[in-house]
Design a protein around this ligand. Structure first.
Ligand code: HEM
Length: 491
């Protein structure tokens, strides 16, 4: 418009070539600006034209969004405050990514189960590089289903029940190493235990030297995983990348040996080595290695965090501890008389201990949320979730909602005597990516708890009751504690 006025005022004098060039320049500039500001800014997706609006919420500052608010406080307080202000679906922007957060059971089911094909898994590139890009978490569709079936087969109850005596050995050996009254970092020790169980589930028996090599390099990858992803020499991330390459070589050695000697071992690796897809194709060494590292990642910190919380909650609730002890000692005495170890049937019949595990999974909610990305514009309850936006079902908000779990901050295993409302309890996720390791996780937790309460006692050091994130929530300092072996197993 301004450009048009200028053109008419100068039209009275004689036009030069320069004038002509200038007018054309202004003309095209006007068209460009009109297109940019009027057409592109008003361009709406078909869903927006249909009147769907974005969810309520704040996108914070340009680019960084609400990143500072999220990282400067307990992330769970960030989510709960926004849920209170905006309701069960709200938008925000974190690390430059627009996100929609979903805090209702129906919305979580919509994303993870009913419309799972519209939401793909999404992880930062730096994490994908460390785990390996063929790991199942990063996929949807046929490849994901193929790998997932193999993982499920090797971790189903039929497969893991035979591992009970070996898991018991690992639990007893770990507990004996903590006993004596010295201070132990419970979380770090539980990580060692869950790593050993993971190795057992993947490899069956593994040569001690190879196991040590795996442990050493895996712990470097683990440290780099949650560090700032810079490739500067000496940085934890770069060290992790190098250790990840070494892990690939070690796994390749194990695979070659198993193929050469035709070694038959139970476990995930054997499943991978024998697998063929519908076209008869076998898995490549890289695909096997990436998925083995992926499963170790999924198995270790998660189970260790839950076990650490169980020790804390039992310690803080002496009456509950007595009930769990009574239940486990009865099993122990019967097994001593009959001279055998724990059986699968017994692990299915530990009602009190099982409720403690479920309540720990709820209250600690160690996986507070998960991430997906919308692959198309999606409409949900009149709101638009635009294509490319991240979507986060907030498990912890659902687990801590008083409507579903009255007095949600209270550790009360008896609440699991009642059946939960559908989709309100999802510690292992839901839908096509739900945890295939949940039975193994529960089994190793029950076995550790059985031996802990029947043969040991423990005291937590200090009175600090905070939470630290590493990245899963654990009691502050990893729950420093002292352990003693009890001289008798009688009640
Ligand atoms: C208490 C311990 C555990 C908890 C709370 C837990 C929780 C979860 C959750 C919530 C998911 C779904 C994530 C999503 O939807 O984005 C998941 C996926 C997964 N978990 Fe677990 N997990 C535990 C232990 C284990 C163990 C012991 C293993 C293996 C031995 C395992 C292997 C996996 C794998 C492979 C996936 C990815 C599945 C897929 O993408 O299809 N987890 N876990």
């Amino acid at each position: 418009m301004l450009a048009f006025c200028y053109i008419s005022s100068v039209a009275k004098r004689k036009m030069t070539n320069f004038d002509l060039f200038f007018y054309m320049f202004i003309f095209f500039l006007t068209i460009f600006l009109y297109y940019f500001f009027v057409i592109t800014r008003n361009k709406k997706s078909s869903s927006q034209r249909k009147g769907y609006k974005l969810p309520p919420g704040s996108m914070g500052w340009p680019y960084i969004g609400e990143t500072l608010q999220l990282y400067s406080q307990d992330p769970n307080i960030f989510f709960i405050n926004r849920q209170r202000r905006y309701g069960e679906i709200f938008k925000t922007k974190i690390l430059g990514c627009p996100c929609v957060m979903l805090a209702s059971p129906e919305a979580a089911r919509f994303v993870l189960v009913n419309q799972a094909n519209l939401f793909k898994p999404t992880y930062p590139k730096s994490k994908e590089t460390l785990i390996g890009q063929s790991a199942l978490f990063f996929y949807q569709g046929n490849y994901h289903m193929h790998i997932r079936k193999l993982v499920q087969t090797s971790l189903n109850p039929e497969a893991i029940r035979n591992q009970i005596p070996h898991i018991e050995e690992l639990a007893i050996s770990a507990l004996n190493s903590w006993a004596g009254g010295h201070v132990v970092n419970t979380y770090i020790e539980m990580k060692k235990y869950s790593f050993e169980v993971g190795i057992l589930a993947i490899f069956g028996h593994l040569d001690a030297h190879l196991k040590d090599q795996l442990k050493k390099n895996y712990s470097i990858v683990d440290k780099g995983y949650n560090s700032f992803p810079t490739n500067l020499p000496g940085s934890p991330y770069r060290n992790a990348i190098q250790a990840r390459k070494r892990l690939g070589k070690i796994l390749s050695e194990v695979i070659s040996e198993r193929k050469e000697k035709k070694l038959i071992e139970k476990g995930l690796l054997s499943c991978f080595l024998n697998a063929k897809d519908e076209k008869g194709l076998v898995l490549s060494e890289d695909q096997i290695a990436d998925n083995i590292i992926g499963v170790l990642f999924a198995a270790q910190d998660t189970t260790a965090s839950v076990l650490t919380w169980i020790l804390k909650y039992l310690h803080d609730n002496p009456k509950l501890l007595q009930s769990v002890k009574a239940e486990q000692k009865a099993i122990c005495q019967s097994n001593e008389q009959e001279n055998h170890g724990l059986t699968w049937t017994q692990t299915r019949k530990m009602p009190m201990t099982n409720k403690v595990v479920l309540e720990t999974l709820r209250l600690a909610s160690i996986i507070s949320f998960t991430f997906r990305e919308a692959v198309a514009d999606v409409e949900y309850k009149g709101y638009l979730i635009p294509k490319g936006w991240k979507v986060m079902p907030l498990f912890r908000n659902i687990h801590h909602n008083p409507e579903f779990f009255p007095d949600p901050q209270k550790f009360d295993p008896s609440r699991f005597e009642n059946v939960q409302k559908p989709n309100t309890f999802m510690p292992f996720g839901s839908g096509v990516h739900a945890c295939p390791g949940n039975e193994l996780a529960k089994l190793e937790i029950l076995i550790m708890t059985h031996h802990l309460v029947t043969k040991f006692r423990w005291e937590v050091e200090g009175s600090n009751s905070g939470i630290q994130y590493g990245p899963f929530p654990v009691p502050v300092g990893g729950l420093p504690a002292r352990f003693w072996k009890e001289s008798t197993t009688s009640t």
